[in-house]
Structures are given as structure tokens and as C-alpha cells.
Design a protein. Structure first.
Length: 223
């Protein structure tokens, strides 16, 4: 069984918002920045967990939350369904299951601290399928900087997930993104515990659609 199915959501949030970790707030800030960059109508969050950052999606038409843990998705729904236009829960293990989102339909993919736990080929195949040409893929990876994968916050239930985590080198990420995701830049955020978060932007290449679902003429915004 995937160890992420056994981590209680309250433990995960307690660990991630601990003063020495501070990652939940930083990840939410990065999501906010991406929303303000492109004002997406359709968003997918891979590894959505309990919905960190979802409060920034109130202007989007549809938000998909993808995660293998149904308990996390239930918490996400309880918290954010009331404030979002349409929240679609997708319980899927990206390594094995299809992700039932219409092809080329998504403006923004948020993928924060997810690639470290999954098969990169499966993840990128899904990104390629759902993101529209011109859409933005934002990936955040953790850099441990030799401090160990999980900081000591007193939360022990996260140890099994640390055992399956793999740090994804910059070069490996870029290889999986080629040839059709154009690298747009990265930003590094230093955390209080000595770790870093690195945020990468990629834009999917290809023909930009000029007609929207309803058939009306529609120009995708340049950004
Ligand atoms: C480190 S947490 C992500 C945190 C979240 N993005 C945030 O901003 O707080 C990783 C998430 O990925 C999910 N996950 C791990 N492996 C997965 C897989 N193979 N398929 C789908 N979800 C997975 C876990 O259940 C967990 O919610």
C-alpha cells in the first residue's frame, strides 16, 4: 500500500506548518502568484492533499484536485467546495490510474512536492494530456541541502513517506519536460530549517486553440 494512504491529514498539516518547516504558507503563496500571472479558468492540482492554496481559485470555473488519498480529498471538498465554482475530486494513483480530465482543457497545473513520490514518466504523460497548448505547468521541488528529507517536528507518521521520497534533480526534471514544455524560469525559496523550495515554470508548446468550448471566437491571453 502507498504510505501516503496512512498519514493522517492533521499530522501532515501540523508538520508542514511547524515554525521550522513553514512550507504550507510558502506553497500557497506560490500558487497565488501563478493565479495572478495567468488568471486560469481551469486548474488541476496534482497531489492536492487537503487543498493548500485552493482559496486562490475562487475566480476559476473548474478546479480538479488529484490525489490517491480519499480522506484528504474529502477534507478538501468540505473546506473548498463552498467557495469554489466547481470542484472536481479525482481520486487516482498517478502511477497506475488514468486521470479523467478532458485533453488540452487545462490552463494551469499546480504540482507542488508531488514529483518526489511518483513515477515521472506517468506524471508527465498526464500533464501532456490535460494541459492546453500555451498553458502553464508550475512544479515545486524540495531541496534538502543535506538536512535530511523530513525535519524533526515531533510528527512520526510521516517517516514511511520519507522512505519512498526521491529528490528530483534539476536536469531530470528538464529531461522529462522536453521537448514540448518550454522552461520559463525558476525561483528558489530558502526555508527556516535549511531546506529550499524551487519553483519551476514550463509552458506547453503547440498550437494555441482559437475557439472555446461554446464555439465562440476566443483569444488566449499572452503572458
Ligand atoms: C507532499 S504532499 C503535497 C502537498 C501539497 N501539494 C501542498 O501544497 O501542501 C504529496 C501529496 O501527493 C499525494 N500522492 C503521493 N503519491 C501519489 C500518487 N502516486 N498518486 C496520486 N497522489 C499521490 C499524497 O497523498 C499527498 O497528498
Amino acid at each position: 500500500m502507498n504510505p501516503w494512504k496512512s498519514v493522517p491529514h492533521a499530522d501532515y498539516e501540523r508538520h508542514m506548518s511547524h515554525e521550522t518547516v513553514g512550507q504550507l504558507a510558502s506553497l500557497s503563496d506560490i500558487t497565488h502568484e501563478k493565479v495572478q500571472q495567468i488568471y486560469p479558468q481551469t486548474v488541476v492540482v496534482y497531489g492536492a492533499c487537503t487543498g493548500n492554496g485552493f482559496a486562490h481559485f475562487t475566480d476559476a470555473r473548474t478546479v480538479y484536485a488529484v490525489d490517491l488519498n480519499p480522506t484528504y480529498l474529502a477534507v478538501c471538498q468540505e473546506r473548498y467546495d463552498p467557495i469554489l465554482n466547481e470542484l472536481v475530486l479525482v481520486q487516482a494513483d498517478i502511477n497506475h490510474d488514468p486521470v479523467p480530465i478532458p485533453p488540452d482543457s487545462v490552463d494551469l497545473i499546480i504540482c507542488h512536492l508531488f514529483l518526489e513520490y511518483v513515477d515521472l514518466s506517468h506524471a508527465f504523460a498526464s500533464f501532456r494530456q490535460v494541459l492546453r497548448p500555451g498553458g502553464l505547468l508550475n512544479v515545486v521541488l524540495q531541496r534538502s541541502n543535506d538536512t535530511g528529507w523530513v525535519s524533526n517536528t515531533g510528527v512520526t507518521t510521516l517517516r514511511p513517506v520519507a522512505a519512498i521520497a526521491t529528490e528530483v534533480p534539476d536536469e531530470t526534471l528538464r529531461q522529462h519536460a522536453q521537448p514540448d514544455f518550454r522552461f520559463e524560469g525558476s525561483q528558489t525559496f530558502r526555508m527556516p530549517n535549511g531546506k529550499s523550495l524551487v519553483s519551476y515554470d514550463f509552458v506547453k508548446q503547440g498550437e494555441t486553440p482559437s475557439v472555446d468550448e461554446e464555439g465562440a471566437d476566443f483569444e488566449w491571453p499572452e503572458w
